[in-house]
Ligand binder design. Structure first.
Ligand SMILES: [Zn+2]
Ligand SMILES: [Zn+2]
Length: 245
């Protein structure tokens, strides 16, 4: 563990307060119009619904209970591969055949294949503040399409996106050389500063979008409810189980 003098004395009460702030941030987002990033919102809907979060929402998400290959339409198992449509930044579900035929061809990229748990990632509060992300839960990706670093944070409406100042991102990379190896477009850095201590991981980009999908699927009522907390906890438990350190 890295030393975190600023966090070592955080009481449970403060942690609870941070969680409350996160929920209130999400509540605001739930009322906001869907961001103009239509492809991102669509992508967030693609890999939705890890089994743990499938509590049977009576919404449009219920339609995803049967999985189909987005390319050829064949039925595929719940545990299937994903491709990234690079320009649209959209995750598509793929059968094995289409994955074999399309991965790496033209605009199609195979999503990243490693999950790396980053116990010692250093994210000082002032660096985090520079990202201007309203909640403590986000993922980051380097986009070769827009030539910038993009932060996405989950909301019930899907992923909300903001472009980062490159110098702020470079400060984070300078503190954490492991991020130099973050593969553009197909991998993301997932950050959960609502956990105590905060957790960080590098994950395939479809897994990153799955976090936003899980939150959307578990959202209840106006405030999001306990289901959101459970979905976030389940997501990181699953990530950790898959991860190499
Ligand atoms: Zn197919
Ligand atoms: Zn899928």
């Amino acid at each position: 563990m890295s030393e975190r003098p600023d966090r070592g004395t955080l009481s449970d009460a403060v942690a609870a307060q941070r969680r409350a702030r996160m929920v209130s941030g999400l509540r605001t987002l739930s009322r906001a119009p869907v961001a103009p990033s239509a492809p991102v919102a669509a992508a967030a809907g693609g890999p939705a619904g890890p089994p743990a979060a499938a509590s049977g929402p009576a919404g449009p998400l219920a339609a995803t209970s049967q999985d189909f290959c987005d390319i050829c339409g064949t039925t595929i198992p719940a545990d299937h591969r994903h491709l990234l449509a690079l320009a649209e930044r959209q995750i598509v579900c793929s059968c094995e055949t289409c994955w074999g035929l399309r991965a790496g061809e033209g605009d199609w990229r195979p999503v990243g294949n490693r999950t790396l748990w980053l116990d010692d990632l250093r994210v000082p509060d002032d660096v985090w503040a520079g990202f201007q992300i309203p909640i403590g839960l986000a993922f980051f990706m380097v986009s070769t399409v827009t030539d910038c670093v993009v932060a996405m944070y989950p909301s019930p409406a899907g992923a909300t996106e903001s472009e980062l100042r490159f110098d702020t991102w470079q400060r984070l990379v300078a503190l954490n050389p492991v991020l130099e190896d973050l593969e553009p477009d197909v991998e993301g850095l997932v950050v959960n500063r609502l956990a105590e201590p905060p957790v960080h991981a590098i994950a395939p980009i479809d897994r990153c979008y799955a976090l936003t999908g899980a939150i959307k699927a578990s959202w209840e009522g106006i405030s999001g409810g306990a289901g959101v907390d459970t979905a976030v906890a389940d997501f990181f438990d699953g990530l950790r189980a898959q991860a190499t350190v």
